[in-house]
Design a binder for this molecule. Structure first.
Ligand code: ADP
Length: 416
């Protein structure tokens, strides 16, 4: 069992109190709570609001995030999790370490930990805080500061889905409107039926994107995890997928415009490289095109924030034709692997959306590359641009240019 997850077992509960005494004690505690709340100027009816309205309710926020939010002893929040298909509410508290307590339900449908039971979770938490009683005697954990949702934790009810605009790995992608600001956004949804583990992976993209702010990286607006389906809310990039754009709308784009697109992508990748982020799935299908044909790097589902990332185990979902030999052969990923993929992306841009190594199977392409084969220059691609592609496809990663160099080279060619 994960050392962070602490469940209340029967042994954790207080020794059973005979029912009549327990009822009396309960009444007494509820009375005490009402008095306490009145003293604090809070009317009891306020605690009746639904859970979703509570600022300390974080929905299905993954545990990694929760742990990051709880910093000082007594910091707490409530979240939701699913175990054996059953929805459970969990009170997470920082008390020496991070402790997670499952909210217990009584046969009458009331909520409790070890102490008093209440008709709503909001009342239970209010009492737990006001009474100064530890959540469990064994943990000694006290509630001192409710940790509110952060601005990027959006309320699902504030996201109005409009049209379906794409299909992602985890679920459909929609154009949507944020009711709070009227802003049009793109929303990635995660299929409700997917296992918890996959939902966590889905949210990983939001977690990575949250830290980045760059014109050539798709911007995260927030995640909505209060209810199913969980969503990642991003800026809406008007032209959609770069690959589709290249195939359908790029026929009369000049080489200079195509080069500008390569420069945009290099700008985004230079930024990621500086943040030690390895994308691992750079390809035209994972870039978006916005107004004035600006290219934005998207789809961070496979990305990692590490200087070097070693994959162990199966490599089932690897985009072979975009992946550097050292990643395919040894599972070793660095930004220089992204540089290899970037060379393929440049090739896709200049060939206006052709499939790389056309007519070759993945294994054939891989074999040919190991034997020194490289794709020829796409039609209309200048020599200096092709020379850069070839440098990105150097077999030895150390011989490839870094993204800051690539950006400078392209910028120089562009301004000539
Ligand atoms: P997944 O990462 O699950 O594979 P993608 O990121 O590839 O999902 O998104 C699927 C499709 O949805 C894209 O090809 C694109 O057409 C559309 N899309 C995704 N994000 C946006 C966005 N921010 N703006 C506009 N369209 C988007």
């Amino acid at each position: 069992m994960d050392p962070f997850e602490m469940y209340i077992t029967q042994a954790d509960l207080l020794p059973p109190i005979p029912i009549p005494r327990r009822k009396k004690r309960l009444k007494q505690l509820q009375l005490e709570l009402e008095l306490e709340l009145e003293r604090d100027g809070v009317s009891v009816s306020e605690t009746e609001r639904s859970l979703v309205d509570q600022e300390w309710f974080h929905g299905v926020l993954p545990r990694e995030e929760v742990v990051r939010l709880l910093r000082a002893d007594g910091d707490y929040l409530v979240r939701e999790t699913t175990r054996n298909h059953a929805r459970q509410l969990v009170l997470s508290v920082c008390w020496g370490q991070h402790k997670h307590f499952i909210v217990q339900t009584t046969p009458e449908g009331h909520y409790r930990f070890e102490g008093a039971a209440f008709p709503s979770v909001a009342e239970l938490i209010a009492w737990q805080r006001a009474s100064g009683v530890p959540v469990t005697a064994r943990s000694g954990a006290l509630l001192r500061r409710a940790v509110p949702r952060e601005t990027w934790e959006l309320n699902n009810d504030h996201v109005q889905l409009l049209d379906k605009i794409g299909r992602g790995n985890f679920g459909d992608v929609y154009k949507a409107r944020l009711k709070t600001t009227g802003q049009e956004v793109a929303v990635k949804t995660c299929r409700v039926a997917l296992p918890e583990e996959q939902k966590r992976t889905f949210l990983q993209e939001g977690r990575i994107l949250k830290q980045y702010q760059h014109p050539n990286i798709v911007r995260l607006i927030g995640i909505a995890v209060q209810k199913q389906p969980i969503m990642i809310v991003m800026e809406l990039v008007s032209g959609g997928s770069l690959l589709t754009f290249l195939r359908t709308r790029a026929s009369n784009l000049s080489s200079r415009s195509l080069l500008a697109m390569c420069r945009d992508a290099a700008g985004g990748m230079r930024y990621l490289e500086s943040k030690n982020c390895i994308h691992r799935d750079l390809a035209a299908r994972n870039c978006l095109v916005g107004d004035d044909n600006i290219v934005k790097i998207s789809d961070f589902g496979m990305s990692r924030e590490e200087e070097e990332y070693i994959v162990s185990g199966g490599m089932k979902q690897i985009p072979i034709k975009w992946t550097a030999p050292e990643a395919l052969n040894f599972g070793k990923y660095t930004s220089l692997c992204d540089v290899w993929s970037y060379g393929v992306l440049m090739w896709e841009i200049f060939s206006k959306g052709d499939t790389p190594y056309a007519g070759m199977s993945n294994s054939r392409a891989r074999e040919k590359i190991d034997n020194g084969f490289r794709m020829p220059a796409p039609e209309g691609c200048s020599e200096d641009v092709y020379a850069l592609m070839l440098r990105c496809w150097e077999y030895e990663p150390d011989k490839r240019p870094h993204f800051h160099q690539i950006y400078t080279i392209i910028d120089t060619i562009y301004n000539r």
